[in-house]
Design a protein around this ligand. Structure first.
Ligand code: AKG
Ligand code: FE2
Length: 309
């Protein structure tokens, strides 16, 4: 009898304490990362003991405390960017904090909720963003190296800003819509998602199959965004994903988004006969503004900066 194997999100093991550039384990992980990104546009990064359970509990405890404040308090979390800051919609609430690597930004956030400060929440958020930055930098370095484009890595990093997103979703709705977030690709370079134990996050494979992410405290879903698709000249496709409200419990999710503030040019190392240039120079801020202007109808990457459009 033929055995049906279910497609799963590839898991890449980052738990080795000696995962340093140039080592055999680095090269193995780099290969796993790039194969997964090319095949699925995403992978689950398993951090093991590198991500302490206490930090997982502290950061989700903090997220719950923040969302439990009255709406008037949450609405004080604002941003110049449209749809950043605090935004509530029927099935979810979100806080998007730009420049989250800055301790001043996190201090300002905690002071909105606790005017005398809250060291535990502030320190947990700082430690969380630091861990996510380390993971993102490691993966990005691996990707740049893999395609022989490491000389662009430092300048890319200098132009990278990071946004922290906190999300709370309603439980499964008995009647009605359970699409917590509709199918989309992320518009920036890379995303790292981390969640509580409530399932719901799904990614679409190239064959059109939806596969779920199995949450665990030390597991992080790493996704390629549109900007990485441009940079890689279509070798890596941005991951299509969505959230379905499937459980009878609220779902919390944290996202760390890496955003390239400059203009992305496809590195010449990624252009050859098999991979002719696909994109004109891409400005992520302009792209984000164009998306917001259309709101409901997403603008496609190809129509925004494809060379043949
Ligand atoms: O809730 C999640 O885990 C997904 C969030 C997401 O896709 C997004 O913020 O772009
Ligand atoms: Fe997303």
């Amino acid at each position: 009898m033929a055995v049906q194997t279910q497609t799963k999100i590839p898991v890449v093991d980052f738990s080795d304490e000696n995962l340093k550039p140039g080592t055999a384990s680095w090269l193995k992980v780099r290969n796993d990362v790039c194969r997964a990104l090319e095949e699925y546009g995403c992978f689950a990064a398993e951090l093991g003991n590198k991500f302490p359970l206490e930090l997982h509990e502290a950061i989700f405890g903090a997220a719950q405390e923040l969302f439990d404040f009255p709406t008037e308090t949450k609405e004080k979390v604002t941003s110049e960017k449209l749809f950043h800051g605090y935004v509530a919609s029927p099935l979810r609430e979100r806080m998007m904090i730009d420049n989250a690597t800055s301790p001043q930004v996190i201090r300002k956030l905690t002071n909105i909720f606790w005017p005398n400060g809250n060291d535990h929440v502030r320190e947990s958020a700082d430690a969380y963003v630091k861990k996510m930055t380390e993971l993102d930098e490691m993966v990005t370095r691996m990707v740049f190296e893999n395609y022989g484009a490491e000389k662009y890595y430092d300048s890319h990093l200098e132009l990278t800003s990071r946004t922290l997103s906190l999300l709370r979703y309603k439980k499964h709705q008995k009647d009605g819509n359970n699409e917590g977030i509709k199918t989309h690709t992320d518009k920036h370079f890379t995303t790292i998602l981390h969640q509580n134990r409530v399932r719901g996050l799904e990614v679409k494979t190239k064959d059109g199959e939806w596969i779920g992410f199995d949450p665990s405290p030390s597991s992080f879903l790493f996704l390629a965004g549109d900007a990485l698709q441009v940079w890689s000249n279509d070798r890596i496709q941005a991951s299509l994903h969505r959230v379905m409200l499937v459980e009878n419990e609220e779902r919390y999710s944290l996202g760390t988004f890496a955003f390239h503030e400059g203009t992305i040019h496809v590195p010449e190392e990624l252009i050859d006969e098999k991979h002719p240039l696909q994109y004109n120079p891409f400005n992520n801020n302009e792209y984000a503004k164009a998306q917001v202007a259309l709101i409901q109808k997403e603008i496609s990457l190809k129509s925004f900066c494809g060379v043949n459009c």
